[in-house]
Design a protein around this ligand. Sequence first.
Ligand SMILES: NC(=O)c1ccc[n+]([C@@H]2O[C@H](COP(=O)([O-])OP(=O)(O)OC[C@H]3O[C@@H](n4cnc5c(N)ncnc54)[C@H](O)[C@@H]3O)[C@@H](O)[C@H]2O)c1
Length: 247
Amino acid sequence: MRLSGKVAVVTGASRGIGRAIALRLAAEGADLVVNYSRSGEAAAKTAAEIEALGVKALVLQGDVSSREDCRELAENTIAKFRKIDILVNNAGITRDNIVARMKPEEWQQVIDTNLTGCFNCTQAFMRPFLRQKTGGAIINIASVVGLTGAAGQANYAAAKAGIIGFTKALARELAGRQVTVNAIAPGFVDTEMTGALTEKQREAILGLIPLGRVAGPEEIAAAAAFLAAEGRYITGQVLSVNGGLFI
Ligand SMILES: NC(=O)c1ccc[n+]([C@@H]2O[C@H](COP(=O)([O-])OP(=O)(O)OC[C@H]3O[C@@H](n4cnc5c(N)ncnc54)[C@H](O)[C@@H]3O)[C@@H](O)[C@H]2O)c1
């Protein structure tokens, strides 16, 4: 129970990687805020599984691309738990297209959710992080694509590379307060986001991964738990969890 007594907020925690991270942090003893944007039913299910682990769960709806929603998320978190120790900026979307055909709204939606969402949410929690004097951990979910680029994902790659720059800058800003800021760059993870891939695309991807398989969401969650529980002297870093896809 490395995170006993800690309070963690995970954005986009109703399913996929966010859900796995929320469950893992709860299993380590943290109370959880389960943020979701649309699927309230799935978020309630995640929360019930968290509570079954013997910790508290608070479900809060909110779209991370909305500054107002992020402000409310922070306010309601502090009203309930009085503090935040761990913030995981996980919410993300894809709107894939080659640049030649990419619609401005496909570009904008991905930047607004994946990059500006990370900024909005972090800024909303900045005051408690700065005031409480107990340090903390901010973990931003980037992607291998933010390091390598990927054809058809210029919007997503730009947002994820942006998250990496944001992480490094914020790590410098918050180090004096003992708040660590790191990014996790997953490779291919078995979630609904990658469920849209064709069998042919999956085969091609598998051929590029030295470990020969995609990750389970719980393998990304293990990295988040490590950073949150054992990473007190790790800040401004990008932890690649990609099966060797990018070495
Ligand atoms: N699956 C992968 O292979 C992979 C690889 C690298 C990085 N990632 C990143 O991991 C994160 C989670 O991805 P996933 O695979 O679990 O995807 P997913 O689509 O299964 O889950 C994404 C979650 O984010 C939530 N979300 C989307 N827009 C939101 C918004 N505006 N406000 C709040 N919540 C919102 C969704 O409701 C969902 O719960 C994303 O940032 C994604 O870019 C995924």
